[in-house]
Ligand binder design. Sequence first.
Ligand code: LHQ
Length: 258
Amino acid sequence: MSSILFEIRDNIAFITLNRPDKLNAFNREMALLLQNRLDECASLHEIRAVYITGMGKAFSAGQDLGEVVDPNGPGMDRMLSEHYNPIVTRIRNLPKPVVAAVGGVAAGAGANIALCCDIVVAAQSASFIQAFSKIGLIPDSGGTYFLPRLVGWQKAAGIAMLGDKIGAAEAERMGMIYKVYENDDFPGASRALASVLAQLPTHALALTKHALNYSAVNSLEAQLLLEDELQQKAAATHDYKEGVQAFLGKRPPVFKGE
Ligand code: LHQ
């Protein structure tokens, strides 16, 4: 059985991290497979939303620590540059919405891969742990970039240094994630969210994502210019015309992602 399951249904790519006996910890094979699948998500026109989740009781426990001490393993110097950084940049550059559906613990790189997705939802019993300090490392996989932007400097410093286990409800309260669902509702509600995203104007969502990516580093002036440029692109799409026609015709729009 592959360590990454992949299925396309109703314009959604469902990606499942699949090493449940290791809490879906990443080894090299799983990291490279995930990269390949994210490339497919970018290139296949029929995919209009991506849904990443974990098999079993965890989202992911981050790096497989068995591989770290394996003399035949990839070695520390390749793990970020070849495994995690390419995953994070692929998710951020993917011109489609990416949902992280966190059903259990998300620790270390597993937490930060979830947090770099566009919309993070979690089951009530899920949790997020910046486990790095516990083993003498620093938050990676974008943790030092996304965490302070999501929750503010103080909370980020505390969470990163102490390695606290943050429950889903607290994560939602502090703005680390978008929404928490009751455990029983979580699978259906999180898939329904992906389904809504897959029916929205895909290009406009991609341009929104692009603008949000730049808002982290741009001045107001630069961001206003970027919004102007991207809005021209959005206005040139079929979906924009459809949205306006549907509004004027008092009917629901049918967006094609074109
Ligand atoms: C695991 C793991 C795991 C292997 C649970 N590996 N087996 C980047 C660059 C280079 C180097 C290092 O890393 C990185 C990025 C990173 O991600 S660093 C952070 C690595 N992750 C961690 O330090 C988290 C380690 N795991 C834990 O602290 C706990 O397992 C958590 C809090 C996630 C869950 O605790 P429990 O629910 O109590 O589960 P458990 O500890 O009993 O784990 C269940 C099984 O999964 C167990 O195996 P076993 O054979 O005894 O049933 C664990 O050994 C295995 N497992 N995480 N990262």
